[in-house]
Design a protein. Sequence first.
Length: 277
Amino acid sequence: MPDKHILVPIDFSSDSIRALEYAFGLSKILESKVKLIHVKRQNADYDASFNLNDFDEVLQNKVEDNFSQLIGKMAIKYKTDIDYSIREGRIYTEICNQAKYGDSQLIIMGTHGVSGFEERWVGSNAYRVVSHSPCPVITVRNNFPMRAIKKIILPIDKSAYSRQKVPFVVNLAKRLQAELFIVALRENDRSGTLKIIEEYMTQVKAYVKRRNINCSYENLKGRNLADLCIEYALLNDADIVAIMTEQNDNTKSFWLGQYAQQMVNHSPVPVLSFRSW
């Protein structure tokens, strides 16, 4: 079986390079390798408009040469071997296929949100990757400061699917020696909603307690739960927020659709996304 690794989509923009640096920081803690992927588009133009930070030159129309420059710099900086793959096709499909068949444990990619980034495929495809990925995905903005993950926001809503991320996030917190901020989020005070969330929070608290994780608990209510979660993360100077992105057709969960998209596209704090199963 292949070694577990973190997959980083690269389009040679500053956002994708920042995501790569973020991945290297996390790979040391997770004891994982880092693998890069670039998906070629037809008629793509790899010219000097791509920002490689302090790289001296970007060679036109030669992805392999761009990778050589990038890997040469990163291998020296992080003192590790770096593998990469070049695929051609639909961008988010090829990234997800690489993650699935390459046994990736995590995808880390940059995001600019939905506006102003159509010419760079990382940003415009971030939500598609999050929606289809076979493994968890971390999306990170270019302007978020590089630092250790010490504060993790773990929101719980009335959907049963919101609890599926708990084992992964708790294990991550333990390995990172990070503090968990477990937040019960709701849109109203209906008795049914309150009962379900109270039951779920009791289960989560018991799970966390058995694993000796440093944590705190909060109950929040608001009309836009994505905004509410982002505000709470900023207030507590959080390093990452863990969300679910899908739901069963018969269940209403705010992490699907516009709310999940708001989190991925607009959260200044990195977002760790999980698909339900």
